[in-house]
Design a binder for this molecule. Structure first.
Ligand code: HEC
Length: 398
C-alpha cells in the first residue's frame, strides 16, 4: 500500500512540476520574444516615456503592449511580478527528487560497482552537491569574473561538466543525470530569487520614492542581466536533462557524463540561434552545426557489441535463461514485485516467461547486455558471463 500511494504522490507532484515548469519557461520565452519585437512607438507614446510598443492578437482579442523606458508617471496600483512560476517549479522539483529518489527508491542513485553507498550517504552526496555548486556559483557571480561574460560562461560550463563527471563517478547513471538537472535548475531559480527579484525590487523602490535609480540599482541590474543571460542559455539544456533521464542509452553509457556535457553544449549553442534571430540576425549555420554535432554524438554513443555479447560461443538453454531471470529480474519485473520499492512491474515489463523476454528483446539487450543498467544498481550482482549468456540466448531466439 505504501509503495502504491507513493506512486500516486510522485505522479501528482510530477504533473504539478511539469505545469509549473511550462508556466515559468513559457513566461520567460514570451518576455524574451516581447522584448525583441517591440517597435518604435508613435510620438504621443514617447512623450509618456514609452520606449517600445507592440500589437498582438490572441484568443480573440487585440492586445496593446507598451514598455517604458523607466517607469510610468504614476506607478500602477497593481504590478504583476513573475516569480512564483520559478519558485513553484523549484519546490515541486525538490519534492519530486525526494519522492522518487530519496524516499521512493534510492536504488536509482546507487550503483555498487561504482560506490557501495548507503541510502543516507547517497542523499547526503546529492543534497551536498546542490549546496556546494550553489555556493560556488554565487561566489563567482559576485567576483570580478562577472564582468567578463564569455569567460564566465566557459567557467560555468566547465563547472557543470565537472559536477556531471563527479556525480557519474559515484552515482548510478540515472541518479547522476537527475542531479545535474537539479543543479542547473537550482542555479536558475536562485538567479531569480537572489538576483533578478532584488534588482527589480530596488528599481521599483527607487521609482516609488521618486528617486533617480542610483549606482547601486544599476549594479544590481547589471548583475541581474547576467543572471538572466545564464538562465536563457540554460533553459534548453535543463529541459533536455529532465527528459533524458528516461533514456537509459544515455545515462547507462560508460561515458554518460561526457554525453551529458556534449548535449549541454549543443542545446545551449542551439539557443544562440533563437537569441540572434530575435535581433533580426538569422544564422542557420548554428542549427546546421548543432545538427551535425548531434549526428556525431548519436554515432559515437551507438552501442558496440562487446565481449559480453554472445561470447559464450555455445548455445544457452531455456532453463538456464529462466533461472537467470529468476535470479536477477523477477524480484522487480513481476506482476506483484517482491522488491519493496515497486508496487507494479517497473516500466510495465514482466519478465517471468520466455515469451515476455522475446517480446522485450531489444530493450532487454540494451539495458542488461549492452549496458549494465539492469538489474537496477546491479542489486543482484549479475556477472558479465551471465549477461553474455542472456545476450546469446536473445541472439539465438530472435
Ligand atoms: C531492483 C529492481 C529491478 C531489477 C532487479 C531489474 N529491474 Fe529492470 N527496471 C527496473 C526499473 C525501476 C525500471 C524503470 C527504469 C526507468 O524508468 O529508467 C526498469 C526498466 C527495465 C527495462 C525497460 C528499460 C527501458 O528502456 O524502458 C527493461 C528492458 C528491464 N528493466 C530489464 C530488466 C532485466 C532484463 C532485468 C534482469 C536482468 C532487470 N530489468 C532487473 C527495476 C529493476
Amino acid at each position: 500500500m505504501h509503495a502504491y500511494l507513493a506512486e500516486w504522490l510522485s505522479l501528482i507532484i510530477r504533473w504539478f512540476h511539469v505545469i509549473a515548469g511550462v508556466a515559468w519557461i513559457g513566461a520567460s520565452f514570451y518576455f524574451i520574444w516581447l522584448d525583441n519585437h517591440l517597435r518604435e512607438p508613435p510620438q504621443w507614446k514617447k512623450d509618456k516615456g514609452i520606449k517600445g510598443d507592440l500589437w498582438a492578437i490572441h484568443g480573440g482579442g487585440i492586445y496593446e503592449v507598451a514598455k517604458y523606458q523607466l517607469a510610468p508617471e504614476k506607478m500602477p496600483g497593481e504590478l504583476h511580478w513573475f516569480k512564483w512560476e520559478a519558485y513553484s517549479t523549484f519546490i515541486s522539483g525538490m519534492a519530486l527528487l525526494f519522492a522518487v529518489y530519496y524516499f521512493g527508491n534510492p536504488g536509482y542513485l546507487i550503483d555498487t560497482s561504482k560506490a557501495a553507498l548507503s541510502a543516507g550517504e547517497a542523499i547526503a552526496i546529492g543534497l551536498g552537491t546542490l549546496a556546494m555548486v550553489m555556493l560556488v556559483y554565487e561566489t563567482l557571480i559576485r567576483s570580478p569574473l562577472a564582468r567578463h561574460g564569455m569567460a564566465f560562461g566557459a567557467v560555468l560550463y566547465g563547472l557543470l561538466v565537472l559536477v556531471a563527471w563527479g556525480l557519474f563517478e559515484v552515482f548510478a547513471g540515472r541518479g547522476a543525470y537527475i542531479h545535474v538537472g537539479a543543479v542547473v535548475g537550482t542555479i536558475m531559480v536562485a538567479n531569480v530569487f537572489l538576483g533578478i527579484m532584488p534588482a527589480q525590487r530596488a528599481l521599483v523602490d527607487a521609482i516609488e520614492k521618486g528617486q533617480e535609480p542610483g549606482a547601486r540599482v544599476a549594479q544590481l541590474a547589471a548583475r541581474a542581466k547576467l543572471r538572466s543571460v545564464h538562465n536563457n542559455y540554460m533553459t534548453l539544456p535543463v529541459i533536455f536533462i529532465m527528459i533524458s533521464n528516461h533514456y537509459p542509452m544515455l545515462y547507462s553509457h560508460a561515458h554518460g557524463w561526457a554525453i551529458l556535457a556534449a548535449i549541454g553544449f549543443i542545446t545551449a549553442f542551439a539557443r544562440r540561434f533563437f537569441n540572434l534571430r530575435h535581433h533580426g540576425i538569422t544564422r542557420p549555420s548554428i542549427l546546421v552545426i548543432s545538427a551535425l554535432l548531434t549526428a556525431i554524438l548519436i554515432w559515437l554513443v551507438a552501442p558496440t557489441r562487446d565481449a559480453t555479447d554472445g561470447s559464450t560461443g555455445g548455445s544457452v538453454s531455456d532453463d538456464r535463461v529462466l533461472s537467470l531471470l529468476n535470479n536477477h529480474c523477477v524480484a522487480c519485473h513481476s506482476t506483484a514485485p517482491a522488491h519493496p520499492a515497486f508496487q507494479a512491474p517497473p516500466a510495465g515489463i514482466v519478465l517471468d516467461q520466455l515469451a515476455a523476454l522475446r517480446q522485450h528483446e531489444a530493450k532487454v539487450r540494451q539495458s542488461a547486455v549492452d549496458t549494465h543498467y539492469m538489474p537496477l544498481g546491479n542489486v543482484t550482482g549479475m556477472t558479465d558471463e551471465e549477461r553474455g549468456e542472456l545476450g546469446q540466448w536473445l541472439s539465438d531466439n530472435r
